[in-house]
Design a protein around this ligand. Sequence first.
Ligand SMILES: C[S@@+](CC[C@H](N)C(=O)[O-])C[C@H]1O[C@@H](n2cnc3c(N)ncnc32)[C@H](O)[C@@H]1O
Length: 266
Amino acid sequence: MTTPRDQRRVFGEVADAYDDVRPGYPAEVLDRIVAYAGGVPTSVAESGAGTGKGTALLRTLDTPLICVEPDPAMAGVLARRFAGDDLVSVVVSRFEDWTPPPGGVELLASAQAWHWVDRTVRTRLAAAALAPGGVFAAFGHDFGFADDELKTAMDAVYQRLAPEIADKPGLPANAQHPDSFHLSELHVSPLFTDVEQQLVVSVVPYETARYLTLLTTFSGHRMLPEQRRHRLHQALAELVDERGGVVEQKLTTALCLARRTGSDRA
Ligand SMILES: C[S@@+](CC[C@H](N)C(=O)[O-])C[C@H]1O[C@@H](n2cnc3c(N)ncnc32)[C@H](O)[C@@H]1O
């Protein structure tokens, strides 16, 4: 009997490509976290660190940073990237199975990865990982398009060839739209206060070949049967080439912030 492929584990199949083409995060995201925290945190943990795209931003804090990442291939790229860096440690584990340091950390961050943590326990586990008053910061890109006409044409290709991901062309299946950080979980929890969301917009150009590689790193695309993924990517490549050979990816980076209260009631 074959086991169903786990969508949250498909990133490791393309770890190097992921590291090559996925966009990093604007410095402004970190500036906003530090402003919200009221200073530079002295201890940081990151859930779902992947190959280190968010880690690179967090590392600029010059603070000890524990990266929790369950996929061995992703963690391998991450560990190589920060080899010899005394401030960065890598733990190969799901966030759900990780034991936070006693007393908790001052900042728990997660880049494009919080939606993969079991939603029935993640708010409680985030609180358990934080010192009282500590800051939770989840952020992630919504991969939009600067050119509306290109987006409309791409929508039609998705409708024809991959309707199951047609509502989010170019997006991972569980992409975090600016309003879908499950802020309500934090709003209703007595473990968190001062819940807010901020948006940072940037535009990143991708030439056709690189854009196709980007698509292969999205879990929704990876889960498509190979032949259909191939047909979809071919059709999208033709479309992009007809329109100048560049996709301007409009990234709306949503940043969800919350502060750990002193309360231990879940
Ligand atoms: C879209 S990638 C984001 C990686 C990186 N943070 C970035 O911004 O590029 C999502 C990551 O979440 C990891 N992940 C999946 N399930 C997880 C879990 N239960 N706990 C922690 N990380 C998880 C995946 O292995 C993957 O590396």
